[in-house]
Design a binder for this molecule. Structure first.
Ligand code: AMP
Ligand code: GLY
Length: 423
């Protein structure tokens, strides 16, 4: 069987490793992939947003199944295009991917289906948004409607910050079309939990929960990043919370999308906040999380490709999805200066015995040497029966990976360890 995976980061590396465990895989092609995956798949370099090139490649190479991983191609309709050509895919079609593609849609959808989320107002006119910013309660959370590379959310603690966030999106067009509409919502507090769930449009099967660490520096200081590390499971996500989320959030979401003629098939990411008033949806993503996937998939005991194909076929059942009881930790090694300015092109050295635990995100090949080519360069993972041991092992491995300017947060998982002691 020939598989294509769209995407080229650490998340896709984790998906690749898990898919390759399926018996009967003859070839896996990455579009684009990166040089850090070269020993495990064919790296095509085809851009994840070049839909015509993706479609041509999949047809010419007689791809049997395509996994569309990142948000951009999903929201652009990559799955629709490939399915028209007869290539079955993992991932939502364009109609369903709108759950991530438009925050205005997502908020109105949650209101229609009574799914708990922050109270909000939506704006399409600058003046109305500015006058709301001048009078609303603070802090206020300002969100660009569309995809904005993770930069479209501003938590404004002052009127000036709120006004600036509005002007940035609607007047200065910092996010292009994504900022033509805005959601301004209530500021919530509480621990955050990421729950990825498999769904075939009718049945929803949550994976093990996880916790991201989005700020660049220890103690949740510094700028927001794409994620500096993750742990799983998330200790705040108790069985009671999980049951509440299933009843009030997961099932109503899957049913609501089906009812509206947008059945969601693929991986749905619930970004949740456990507020004093109960779990609330902070965001939906129409895909696996990065770097959540790097801790979730190493704990998956069942065959990922079988589950994915059941999501596509509409035959998913909870018994197909089994997770280990262990814990996992992923530490991201980033280039000095990330998430703002950083240099590229430094040689990366990874000891042979650490390689199987490394998921490469930003690396390129320079005359046979693996060199850095991005801000988040790679993630180093470990699993162990106890979270503290998974954390220690992930850091022990990370400390043996070298490139000039490498840095990581030293406190990935510490909040989770403290939470475990509180309960
Ligand atoms: P996002 O870019 O949508 O992942 O949001 C980035 C981060 O902003 C989230 O992980 C939360 O920490 C924070 N956030 C988003 N919405 C809210 C909210 N309503 N209240 C408090 N924090 C929020
Ligand atoms: N880790 C956050 C995300 O994938 O959106």
């Amino acid at each position: 069987m020939k598989i294509a995976i769209i995407g080229g980061g650490g998340r896709e590396h984790a998906i690749l490793r898990a898919v390759r465990r399926h018996p009967g895989i003859s070839r896996v092609y990455m579009l684009p992939g990166n040089a850090g995956m070269a020993g495990e798949a064919e790296i095509t370099g085809i851009s994840a947003t070049d839909l015509p090139a993706i479609s041509d490649f999949c047809q010419e190479n007689a791809i049997d199944y395509c996994i569309v991983s990142p948000d951009d191609p999903l929201v652009m309709g990559c799955v629709d295009l490939l399915e028209e050509k007869g290539i079955p895919c993992f991932g939502p079609n364009r109609n369903a991917a709108i759950l991530e593609g438009s925050k205005v849609f997502a908020k109105a959808f949650m209101a229609r289906h009574h799914i708990p989320t922050a109270a909000c107002q939506t704006f399409t006119e600058l003046d109305a948004a500015l006058s709301y910013a001048a009078s609303c309660d603070l802090p206020i959370v300002v969100k660009a409607d569309g995809l904005a590379l993770g930069k479209g959310v501003v938590i404004a603690f002052t009127r000036a910050e709120a006004e600036d966030a509005v002007r940035n999106a609607m007047e200065r067009h910092a996010f292009g079309k994504s900022g033509e509409a805005l959601v301004m919502e209530e500021y919530l507090t509480g621990p955050e939990v990421s729950v990825l769930a498999f769904t075939d449009g009718k049945t929803v099967v949550p994976m093990v929960s996880s916790m991201d660490h989005k700020r660049a520096k220890d103690g949740d200081q510094g700028l927001n990043t794409g994620g500096m590390g993750t742990i799983a499971p998330n200790p705040y996500y108790t069985d009671a919370v999980a049951q509440q989320c299933m009843e009030t959030i997961f099932l109503p979401t899957i049913r609501g999308m089906a009812e509206e003629g947008r059945p969601f098939r693929g991986c749905l990411y619930f970004g949740l906040m456990l507020t004093p008033n109960g779990p609330r949806v902070i965001e939906y993503n129409c895909r696996f999380g990065d770097p959540e996937t790097q801790v979730v998939l190493p704990l998956l005991q069942s065959d990922l490709l079988d589950i994915m194909r059941a999501c596509t076929d509409g035959t998913l059942s909870p018994s197909m999805v089994r997770f280990s009881q262990d814990s996992a930790c992923c530490v991201i090694l980033a280039s000095s200066g990330y998430p703002t300015h950083y240099e590229k092109g430094f040689p990366i050295s990874i000891p042979e015995d650490v390689l199987p635990y490394v998921y490469v995100a930003g690396a390129a090949d320079r005359e046979g040497t693996l060199v850095t080519s991005g801000g988040r360069v790679l993630g180093v993972t470990a699993t162990a029966p106890e979270l503290k041991d998974a954390i220690a092992l992930a850091y022990a491995r990370a400390d043996r990976v070298r490139f000039e300017g490498a840095f990581c947060r030293r406190d990935i998982g510490q909040r989770a360890l403290r939470a475990g002691k509180e309960t």
